[in-house]
Design a protein around this ligand. Structure first.
Ligand code: GTP
Ligand code: MG
Length: 471
């Protein structure tokens, strides 16, 4: 038995209680369940069924294996007996400390519905929006039916303008209106209020959530400064509701500033800093996915937007595009289904992710179609500067009008060929495919590319701007 000692954990001290030591025969390790030595202890947890005084040596099979049992392989019989205070050298601490058994149990969480969603996707998302951009992004998701949205800000002015229920807004009061592009203030705000934000998240989201996305705009003070703290809060919430691997279930949507905005060195510096930090976290698998939306690129892709519709148009496009993958992954197709498992593997692949939509005019010609997809791909993705060949996984879904699907000969082949071309462009990333039909008159190709390295070229550009000194 002595040789076994080296295998035992700190918990083995229990076996050295006077009672255990005085036993003539080798006794099963003693597990204490009650602080009352020698008392007839009541079961203390749902799962524990044996009571201390009734501990029978014949008990050989236990449903619940304790750490101790694992570390002393020879012990087959287990009893849950409280230590007896027999003898003056009874060491109260040595048996009291190991009773922290409850740490091994999941707290029993009651199902709470939280705010009800109105979506038809395969995955239940909760949204945490920080700063003005984050708040407006989550509002766009809210409008699509993703009602589990919570906006946080350091100023009530931005929150007041958000048309979501007051209970889904949280003011991180730091005594000033906004962080004034000072990331330290954003950071301090979340540190000061993290407990209350967690509380609001629990109340708003409930327990029926699969993934949490934190949204913000890189460049400001509130969102950029608080995002890392909020990711932590999101992970705490995830653990609280029993999500197993929070690193894979908490992601981000981050926007990058326009050229005009980043002519301010502070905006460029903030954006470079936070985008670099989050890209590192994403590549280490600490968040997944990190979806990047470059406001500058989107602004140039859709020229002629008015001031009034600039942000709402971008936000609604981002939300609708994100929603497409979630929604289609819940639908089966008579052609090729994009399964929830496909979808999840992409969004869990870590690294950076981008999304895009290409409309294809020439569908009847195999090469024209694949060329259109290839040529349009980089142009139509919502952010650039990535090495697409670093992608691990991608999803590509072609949605064609019923008439096209019925009348165009060889369309399935042509679409398949376009998928192959995409695989080539992404350095042979695994492409999860989907082919669906709708009532429109066109063929649209929706793409999400995941598991990529950071958009180094774009980050360098931001860095160079942040070096410019004013005056
Ligand atoms: N896509 C998108 N980007 C936005 C929106 N609003 C702001 N941004 C971007 O987000 C960046 C940060 O701006 P805000 O979100 O206003 O900043 P903040 O986090 O509130 O920080 P402070 O105002 O400094 O407290 C801006 O430079 C813009 O590029 C929006 O509604 N949609
Ligand atoms: Mg702001």
């Amino acid at each position: 038995m002595a040789g076994k000692k080296s295998h035992t954990s700190a918990r083995s001290t229990k076996a050295k209680t006077p009672r255990a030591r005085s036993s003539a025969k080798p006794r099963p390790a003693v597990e204490s369940t009650s602080p009352k030595a020698g008392a007839k202890a009541k079961p203390v947890t749902r799962k524990q069924t044996t009571t201390t005084a009734k501990a029978a040596p014949k008990v050989t099979a236990r449903k619940r294996q304790t750490t101790k049992a694992k570390s002393t392989p020879k012990v087959t019989a287990r009893k849950h007996t409280a230590p007896k205070a027999a003898g003056k050298d009874f060491d109260f601490n040595s048996w009291l400390l190991p009773t922290l058994e409850l740490e091994h149990y999941e707290p029993s969480i009651e199902e709470e519905a939280g705010v009800q969603d109105h979506i038809k996707g395969s995955t239940r998302f909760a949204w945490l929006g920080a700063g003005q951009c984050g708040g407006r992004l989550v509002k766009s998701f809210y409008d699509l039916g993703y009602r589990k949205a919570l906006a946080v800000n350091t100023t009530h002015h931005d929150l007041d303008l958000l048309e979501i229920p007051a209970s889904q807004k949280f003011l991180m009061d730091i005594g000033e209106h906004g962080a004034g592009k000072d990331m330290e203030r954003g950071k301090a705000a979340v540190e000061q209020h993290s407990q209350e934000i967690l509380h609001s998240a629990r109340k708003t989201f409930g327990t029926q959530v699969d993934r949490i996305m934190v949204c913000f705009g890189a460049g400001g003070g509130t969102g950029s400064g608080s995002v890392k703290g909020l990711i932590e809060v999101a992970k705490r919430y995830a653990r609280y509701i029993g999500i197993k691997d929070p690193n894979k279930k908490v992601g981000c949507i981050m926007t990058l500033p326009t050229t005009g905005e980043s002519s301010s060195p502070m905006v460029a510096q903030n954006a470079w800093q936070v985008a670099t930090d989050l890209s590192k976290m994403a590549s280490k698998g600490e968040i997944s996915p990190l979806i990047i939306v470059d406001n500058d690129k989107v602004g140039k892709m859709y020229p002629g937007m008015t001031v009034r519709n600039f942000w709402p148009s971008i936000n609604n496009t981002v939300a609708a595009l994100f929603d497409i993958f979630n929604r289609l992954s819940a639908m089966s197709s008579r052609y090729t289904s994009f399964d929830p498992v496909d979808y999840h593997s992409i969004i869990e692949s870590g690294g950076c992710a981008i999304m895009g939509l290409t409309k294809v005019a020439q569908v009847g010609d195999k090469f024209a179609l694949s060329q259109a997809v290839k040529k349009n791909l980089e142009k139509t993705l919502l952010a650039g500067g990535f090495n697409l060949r670093s992608a691990k996984l991608a999803g590509c879904i072609a949605v064609g009008g019923k008439k096209l699907m019925t009348n165009v000969k060889g369309l399935q082949d042509n679409i398949d060929y376009a998928f192959d071309v995409l695989s080539e462009v992404t350095g042979n990333a695994t492409i999860h495919r989907g082919i669906y039909e709708d009532n429109r008159d066109s063929l649209r190709v929706y793409t999400i590319i995941g598991g990529m390295d950071a958009c180094t070229a774009r980050l360098e550009e931001l860095k160079s701007r942040s070096a410019v000194t004013v005056g």
